[in-house]
Design a protein around this ligand. Structure first.
Ligand SMILES: Nc1ncnc2c1ncn2[C@@H]1O[C@H](COP(=O)(O)OP(=O)(O)OP(=O)(O)O)[C@@H](O)[C@H]1O
Ligand SMILES: [Mg+2]
Length: 267
């Protein structure tokens, strides 16, 4: 593994049970700075549980997670709150505040972090709305927006405070394929423009092919395979084969990736 890039997120021997049920059973995963990793796996395999350990919402029974060499499981109280500011999170459904305009939604994390200069806020909100191709939508209310638009505004809001790690939980679930493609494109744009490190949880293999430098498959509490999209497609582990069986996805993906910067992940 010849990779001189810095490891941004390191997960080692991560174990987590809920009652009798062992959900994570020794997860090992390294994510490099600027890398986009998709975690795929069937429903209920522990993808969300895994990501919650990365931001410190859950504590491991065994094993560890480090982010920027900080041991996440050792943080508490104010330290943990500060730590969470490194992350932007795109929730399923967008999770907008319904009583606030689009502008105020995107401005929210800036105001929460103490930015008081309204000109500065406006400039940043406009930049973010432009990034997600939603210029001039600041006066709209969330109820005016389609599902795809809500996701775009959710992305603008997550990116406003310039996080250096983005977590996407099922960004395309519930969207039709065309709108899902738009969201994937924005994730790739974010990746390439801001060099954020990201983890995307998905069971949409097409989406994973489009947005990820590497794809990790979670099965039975472990990462059973991690590799580039090409490596996943040629993998002969039956569980992986079954999951990535969508044979047409790569054709579309080749078109999609054309022109994107060629990041070389590890492994
Ligand atoms: N706080 C909790 N308390 C008890 N059980 C939990 C808790 N969080 C998750 N679980 C269990 O852990 C397992 C994995 O859940 P998780 O939400 O990580 O799955 P997932 O892979 O994200 O699934 P999906 O694709 O449906 O979102 C499930 O069986 C779930 O019921
Ligand atoms: Mg989940």
């Amino acid at each position: 593994m010849q990779n001189s890039r810095k490891v941004k997120i390191q997960i080692r021997g991560l174990e987590k049970s809920f009652g009798e049920k062992k959900v994570l059973d020794g997860v090992d995963l390294d994510i490099y700075e600027g890398e986009s990793v998709a975690v795929i796996g069937a429903s209920g395999t522990g993808k969300s549980v895994l990501i919650k350990h990365v931001i410190g919402l859950l504590r491991p029974d065994n094993g560890m997670v480090t982010v920027d060499d900080i041991n996440v499981q050792d943080l508490s109280g104010y330290e943990l709150q500060e730590f969470m500011c490194r992350f932007g999170m795109l929730f399923q459904g967008g999770a907008l505040f319904d009583s606030m305009s689009v502008f105020d939604n995107v401005a929210f994390p800036l105001r929460e972090r103490g930015v008081r200069d309204e000109d500065q806020i406006r400039k940043r909100v406009d930049e973010m709305l432009n990034l997600v191709d939603m210029d001039n939508s600041g006066n709209l209310m969330p109820s005016d927006l389609s599902g795809g638009m809500r996701k775009r505004i959710g992305l603008a809001r997550a990116l406003a405070p310039e996080p250096n790690i983005m977590l996407y939980d099922e960004p395309t679930t519930g969207l039709d394929p065309v709108v899902g493609g738009v969201i994937d494109r924005l994730i790739v744009r974010t990746r390439d423009r801001f060099h954020v490190t990201s983890i995307t949880i998905t069971h949409d293999i097409r989406s994973a092919y489009r947005i990820a430098h590497r794809i990790a498959m979670l099965y039975n509490g472990k990462i059973i395979k991690i590799g580039t999209p090409e490596e996943m497609r040629s993998c002969s582990i039956p569980e992986v084969e079954e999951f990535v069986a969508d044979r047409t996805a790569h054709l579309e993906n080749n078109l999609f990736q054309a022109g994107n910067s060629g990041f070389k992940g590890g492994n």
